[in-house]
Design a protein around this ligand. Structure first.
Ligand SMILES: [Mn+2]
Length: 312
């Protein structure tokens, strides 16, 4: 099967674009935030595409129709082509609307209104007209707020955008509600599930089993999970935190995107960072732009090395 063809129609059909957002939002709303994936066919995991519509099309040419396509967030900003952010979102939402069972679109930290990187898609939306863009952007934020956060497979894998949050039980992960648009004050003073959602989208790891220390004087912390001073949000964690949360969740392998500097394997090959956009190919311990394929979802997965890396 070849990929569905949805060329971006340009900026003359505002109503069509708004309808696409609302239709897609209705589908996201029905999906649980912690989603068990069906195991009836191979699954391809896709990292950040960041407005790289050409790479997105390449991925759908290669895998659509034969594989479940599970994308781990960050579809907008840093586009290598003009209007790449809106073209990428448009294509992915059209496929989601027409083939909801064949594509999973998780939320990334760029799919939030309070991230500075969102500006690029806002500039794209302005092309619909200055009067229209406020309405369009609030519809877009709403759609983003209902995107799911986590995918899980019974054979031992967990997929999400950023990292493992500080949680005490699986419940903490499963109870993240729909509709959190943004994270004012980094979620401080807000209910616990805001902090969980924020951390899923923003957290990173450091490939060490030593305790971590924040370098931010105002938030002195030392431990297995500490405030992320370099991103000014989310948390950094080490192997102890990773092992603890993974055993709490009963999972062996974590696949995530988010941090191109950590592309590749960590923590005894149980964590894999993937990045699919054409920028940043030279970063990390696994070079290139790539996806990770689970050829046999029925077979128990012990390490991320059992996933097949496909360079794009
Ligand atoms: Mn990210």
């Amino acid at each position: 099967m070849s990929r569905p063809n949805f060329d971006f129609p340009g900026f003359n059909d505002l109503e069509g674009f708004i309808t696409l957002l609302s239709d897609t939002r209705a589908i996201f709303k029905e999906e649980p935030n912690y989603q068990e994936l069906p195991l009836d066919r191979p699954i391809v995991f896709v990292g950040d595409t960041h407005g790289d519509i050409e790479t997105t099309e390449q991925i759908f040419d290669m895998f659509f129709g034969t594989h479940l396509i599970a994308m781990l967030g960050d579809y907008v900003t840093r586009a290598p082509v003009e209007h790449g952010s809106i073209k990428n979102i448009h294509y992915l939402f059209e496929v989601k609307r027409s083939h909801p069972e064949d594509l999973i679109l998780l939320r990334g930290n760029h799919e939030t209104p309070d991230h500075a990187g969102i500006i690029e898609i806002m500039l794209d939306l302005r092309e619909f007209g200055v009067d229209a863009w406020r309405n369009t952007s609030s519809t877009l934020y709403g759609t983003f707020s209902d995107m799911p956060y986590v995918v899980s497979t019974e054979n031992g894998l967990l997929g999400l955008h950023g990292g493992l949050p500080d949680i005490k039980s699986v419940r903490g992960l499963k109870l993240v509600p729909k509709g959190i648009e943004g994270f004012p004050n980094n979620g401080e003073g807000l209910p616990a599930h805001y902090q969980t959602a924020l951390q899923i989208l923003w957290n990173d790891h450091v490939a060490t089993d030593e305790p971590l220390i924040t370098l931010d004087g105002s938030k002195k912390e030392k431990g297995n999970s500490v405030y992320n001073y370099s991103r000014h949000t989310g948390r950094l964690y080490n192997q102890h935190h990773f092992n603890n949360v993974m055993s709490l969740l009963g999972k062996n392998v974590l696949v995530r995107g988010h941090d191109y500097n950590e592309k590749g394997y960590a923590f005894d090959d149980r964590l894999l960072t993937i990045f699919s956009a054409s920028k940043f190919v030279n970063h990390g311990n696994l070079k290139g732009k790539y996806v990770a394929v689970m050829d046999d979802p029925q077979k128990e997965l012990k390490t991320a090395k059992e996933l097949r890396i496909v360079q794009l």
